[in-house]
Design a protein around this ligand. Sequence first.
Ligand SMILES: *Cc1c(COP(=O)(O)O)cnc(C)c1O
Length: 393
Amino acid sequence: MINHKGISTRCVWAGEEDRVAGAPTQVPVVHSVAFGYRDVEHWRDAALGRACGHIYGRNTNPTVSALEEKVRLLENAEAATSAATGMAAISSVLFALLSPGDRVVSVKDTYGGTNVVFREFLSRFGIHSTLCDTTDHESIEAEIAKGCKALYLESPTNPTIKVVDIGRLAAAGRSSGALVVVDNTFATPVNQNPLELGAHLVVHSATKYLSGHADALGGLICGDKELVEQVYHYREINGTALDPMSAYLILRGIKTLSLRIERQNDSALKIAQFLEGRPEIGRVFYPGLASDPGHAIAKRQMRGFGGMLSFKLQEDSLEAVSRFLPALKLAHMAANLGSVETIAGPPATTSHVECTAEERAAMGVPEGLVRYSVGVEDAQDLMDDLAQALEAG
Ligand SMILES: *Cc1c(COP(=O)(O)O)cnc(C)c1O
C-alpha cells in the first residue's frame, strides 16, 4: 500500500509500517551477532529460509532489514540487499554476477573506485571492461551490440555531472541480453528511478545522500529478486555486511531525504545560474542549466537535477583552486558529498585522486575544476559565500 503514497510519505514510513501496540515507534538498533532458538527444527527452518527469523549478523539483522525494505520501496524494486559501503555493494554486484570470459560495457566517468574495479581487479579474473566515452551514446550502443554480459552505467556522473540516457542504453542492453546496472547515488530515488527506465539492478552509496549527514558508510542494491539473491549470497559469504548502527543512521537520514533533495535541487539550480553570470568562472557543469549538454536527457529522466554541480575557474589551474577553496566559509573541504553541509573540493583530491594531471586532462577533467555539493543551508548565504571567495581570489 505504501507504494501508492507520495515520495515524502514513503521516505518517512516505508519499511516501518508494522507497529505492534507498545512497541518503540523507531526501528530499534539490534546489536546482536546471533539470534537464538529453543527449537532445533524451527532454527533449521529459519536457517534454510523456510521460516521467518534471523540467524547470524553477517547474513541478516532486523535493523538492516528495515533499511533494505525502505530503499526497496523507494526504488519500486522486487528485492533489496545491503553492504558495508557503496563500493562493497558495487563489487558484490560485479563479482557475484560476472565470470571469467565475460565482457562489461561501461563509461569512462564512473566513480573512481568503480573504475579501479574494472581496470585493476576484474581484468585479473579474465573479465574485460570496455569503458566508453560517457556521452557518446552511438559508440556505447555499438559496443553493447558486440555482445556483453553487463552494461554498467552511472548518471549524473562525477565530477563533471554528465547525464547518460538510461532508458535508451538500457533498451540496447536488454535487447543484447545484458544485465543493466545503474549507480543512482547522485540522483537518489527522489530524483530518478533507474528500474523504471529499464535497469535490472540499482546500486547506491548510502554514505552520500541517503544518509545525508556524513556520519555513516553503507551501500544498497535493489532490483530483480533473482539477481538480488545472487548478490546477497556473495555478500554474505564475502562478509561485507552493513553494521546495524550505520543502518539505523541511514534509515533515520532517509526520513528527511525528500525534504533535503527538494532544497538541494532548488539551491543547486540557483547557484549554477549565479555562477554562470560571474566573470571569474570559465564554465559551470549542471544539468539543470538550459545551456548544459545533458539538459534535455535530464529533463526527460529526472524529476529534479540534483544537488551536485561543478565549475571551472577562469584561471584553469590547481593553484587557483587552492587559493579559492580555503576562502569559502560555508563549505567543508572534504572528499565526500551529499551531506546537509555544503562540501567542496578539487578532482585532484576527491573523485580523481588516483589519476595524474595528464590522465585527468585526457578524461576532460580540468585542473581548475571545483566540485560543489550543495547542502541545505540558505541558498543566498551560499551564493554570498561563493561571491566573497571569488572576489578574494
Ligand atoms: C561515493 C560513491 C561510491 C562509493 O561509495 P562508498 O560508500 O564510499 O564506498 C560509489 N558511487 C558513487 C557515485 C559515489 O559517489
